[in-house]
Design a protein around this ligand. Structure first.
Ligand code: C2E
Ligand code: CA
Ligand code: CA
Length: 711
């Protein structure tokens, strides 16, 4: 209408007239807007106009007003008609009744929900999309409800379209609970029990179309229900469409269930069902955040099953699993509801306890240890005793990372294990620092052994009577970059604890053999004897003797040139193995010396066990008191007597001055080693001393032994 810019209907066909319940004549000349429902937005039409003027063909869904007051959904296509008249614009509008959609259109809708299913939209969104397709198809003559079960028996209504949940729930339950679930049904509301039928009729629902959602095993997992406002029954097209949609829902339900199990699996240990490390770390993170906000206490306990590996190896994995399950159950029983117990590695569990400020987590640790007192009963009736070690951390700083907290628990656990297992230890920060430093040292030492950073110094051993050098003791040094030359005190303990002493010891033996192969005879024609220190671990190592044999042979050395020192104070776990090793070395022809003689608690016992020994080395603490302390002098002289009767040679260690040397001479001691003769020195210096032969003047007459003792 060029006069006021309003679009009016010039011609209306029968089809459009029928859609809105009027005659074609009645509609002619009316504004286009009069066709539309009250909720038609003026902006929608304005944008249609604008796009038409821009030369586009426009497609838009509009809701038309039926004469009866109901609404009709229509799909409209607008085309501008080229015109010779300039005062008017004409347009052709095609109205397609969406409630009479073709099967083709229905299939297109279905394709779009299948696509959302494939793209993994969540089940709720998928159901909403399906419900809205169904309602468009129903053209406001019905509502779509979709219900799903959670796989057990709980029903969840996913889409209820504004209806009372109880009512929808009642309908879904009725439909899912009754009759043959495998096929679609249409129920007239008047045939329903009154407690459902009456309230349904009250909200204008007269028929229910029910479509079961069946999973792959043909079990009903949900239902799609059309609540219809008339007593209509579905057409064949509608049945096909709704049936397909209900299968899409079933697939969505299955996918959601699978995702839920996968999510559970990704975060839980399959054996015990406990949270796994990933979930535990997450829980710990949350607990730390909570600690920051509220005054509470957070304790973390790391529980390790003692000697689980050997249990698993000797009893088999089935028994191992049984033990893990049992332990998991006992741990769960040791904490309060709300605490977390998870499995963080094969035989370690982590417990997170949140309590009031001031809570003492060692209570839980004791409870855990006590819970292991009863043996685990195996399938065949055997009983197995299991114990655990526990590292406890009371978290005081909420700003730590979960990994740092677990690290603290690990170092506390390590000290519980060191102290003999089957007990708990509390974390202390100093301990952690030391263990980190130790770990770093261990790493560095590892590369030092392979990286040529080890050095040998030799400390000459001389005959007391003549002052002549007869050989040396090999003493290892570590030329650590940035730290200078480190003595054994700085790294031998770490090497022993970590097992690195085995490769380190092998390096020493190889190096000594290699040095000895170029070490000349002395001017008096004697060959040097060099001794090597052995640690307990090496004595337990079966490959030591073959390795020594090979090394000596490779360098063409008679075994008598190499000696081995074992200290009395070393902790030997397996005496039989140690004795076998020493006997074998002795059998090769190597000399065996008992080092640090006299300071151990079982000196005589060692002498008896190490009957293959050739030499005792009297500890320098006794030598230090020679001539000053009557006891020390007495011990040295008693050791001498003992050695003589056992036909052992004696080396006195730590001889620092001529006085001590003279005392030793008087006591009849054969050999001496110490700063008075030479400190440990590099190979070239050692060889110089060897060439020189005599390192000190032979001691003069000994000072009188009757001197008063004043210490
Ligand atoms: P040790 O076997 O008792 O070695 C003698 C230690 O006493 C050496 O210390 C030496 O420097 C020191 N010493 C020598 N003369 C005197 C003296 O007159 N006065 C005093 N106060 N001390 C003296 P070092 O080299 O620091 O070695 C310490 C320990 O490290 C050795 O004690 C030995 O048990 C161990 N060790 C050294 N090298 C090796 C090795 O290659 N393997 C193993 N397993 N242990 C080694
Ligand atoms: Ca030694
Ligand atoms: Ca010694």
């Amino acid at each position: 209408d060029p006069a006021n810019g309003i679009a009016r209907l010039v011609h209306v066909n029968q089809g459009l007239a029928a859609m809105v319940g009027r005659s074609a004549a009645d509609l002619s000349g009316r504004p286009l807007l009069s066709l539309l429902g009250s909720d038609a937005h003026p902006a929608t039409l304005a944008s249609v106009d604008a796009r038409l003027l821009a030369g586009e063909q426009v497609e838009v869904s509009l809701v038309l007003r039926h004469r009866s007051g109901t609404t009709v959904a229509a799909h409209t296509t607008h085309v501008q008609i080229p015109s010779v008249r300039t005062d008017s614009q004409f347009r052709l509008i095609l109205f397609r009744d969406l409630s009479r959609r073709s099967s083709e259109q229905l299939l297109a809708d279905q394709a779009s929900v299948v696509e959302s299913l494939a793209r993994g939209r969540d089940l709720g969104a998928l159901c909403h999309q399906i419900a809205s397709h169904v309602e468009t198809m129903l053209d406001s003559k019905g509502r779509c409800w979709i219900g799903v079960t959670d796989g057990r028996d709980r029903l969840e209504a996913v889409v209820t379209a504004g209806h009372d949940l109880d009512l929808v729930g009642g309908v879904l339950r009725l439909i899912m609970g009754a009759g043959d679930p495998t096929s679609a049904r249409c129920v007239l509301v008047e045939n329903l029990p009154t407690d459902l039928g009456v309230p349904l009729a009250e909200v204008g629902i007269y028929a229910l179309w029910a479509f079961p959602a069946l999973d792959g095993r043909r079990d009903q997992r949900g239902a799609l229900v059309v609540a219809h406002q008339t007593e209509d029954i579905p057409t064949d097209d509608e049945i096909r469409f709704l049936d397909h949609l209900s299968q899409v829902i079933a697939a969505g339900i299955e996918r959601a269930a699978l995702e839920a199990t996968m999510a559970h699996r990704a975060l839980h240990d399959p054996l015990t069902g406990l949270p796994n490390r990933a979930l535990i770390v997450d829980r710990l993170q949350q607990a730390l955040a909570r600690l920051d906000r509220e005054p509470s206490s957070l304790s973390v306990l790391l529980v390790d099953i003692d000697r689980f590996k050997s249990l698993n190896d000797s009893w088999g994995q089935e028994v191992g699993d049984r033990v893990l399950l049992e332990v998991a159950g006992r741990l769960l029983a040791s904490v309060r509801l709300g605490d977390t117990v998870g499995r963080i590695s094969s035989d370690q569990f982590l417990m997170i306890c949140i309590a009031n400020a001031g809570f003492d987590a060692s209570v839980v640790a004791r409870r855990v240890i006590r819970s292991m007192r009863d043996p685990v009963t195996l399938r065949g009736g055997d009983e197995l005793r299991v114990s655990v070690s526990v590292g406890v951390v009371a978290v005081d700083d909420a700003n730590q990372s979960p990994t740092a907290v677990i690290g603290s628990a690990e170092s506390a656990l390590a000290s519980a294990v060191e102290n003999g297992r089957g007990r708990y230890a509390l974390f202390d920060a100093g301990l952690r620092k030391r263990s980190v430093a130790r770990h770093e040292l261990e790493q560095a030492l590892h590369s030092a052994i392979n990286g040529g950073q080890l050095v040998l110094h030799y400390q000459p051993v001389c005959e007391v009577r003549t002052g002549r050098m007869i050989g040396a003791e090999a003493l290892v040094r570590w030329d650590r970059p940035g730290h200078g030359l480190l003595g054994p005190a700085d790294f031998i303990d770490v090497a022993e604890d970590s097992g690195l002493i085995v490769p380190l010891g092998a390096w020493v033996i190889e190096e000594v053999a290699s040095n000895l192969s170029t070490w000349p005879k002395a001017t008096d024609g004697r060959w040097p004897v060099v001794t090597v220190n052995l640690s307990a671990r090496q004595l337990a190592d079966e490959s030591l003797v073959p390795m020594v044999t090979r090394t000596l042979r490779r360098h063409g050395l008679p075994p008598a040139r190499m000696g081995f020192e074992v200290t009395e104070s070393m902790k030997i776990d397996d005496f039989e193995a140690a004795i076998d090793t020493l006997a074998a070395l002795s059998g090769l022809g190597c000399r065996i010396a008992i080092d640090d003689f006299g300071i151990g608690h079982a000196t005589l016992d060692y002498l008896r066990r190490f009957s293959m020994a050739d030499v005792i080395k009297i500890d320098r603490s006794f030598v230090a008191g020679l001539g000053r302390s009557r006891e020390d002098t007495a011990i040295v002289s008693a050791s001498m007597a003992l050695a003589t009767s056992l036909k052992l040679q004696v080396v006195a260690e730590g001889v620092e001055n001529a006085g001590q040397l003279a005392e030793l001479h008087a006591l009849g001691c054969h050999y001496a080693q110490g700063y008075a003769l030479s400190a440990p020195v590099p190979l070239d210096v050692t060889l110089g001393l060897w060439q020189a032969g005599v390192l000190v003047d032979p001691p003069g007459p000994p000072p009188p032994l009757s001197r008063p003792d004043r210490n």
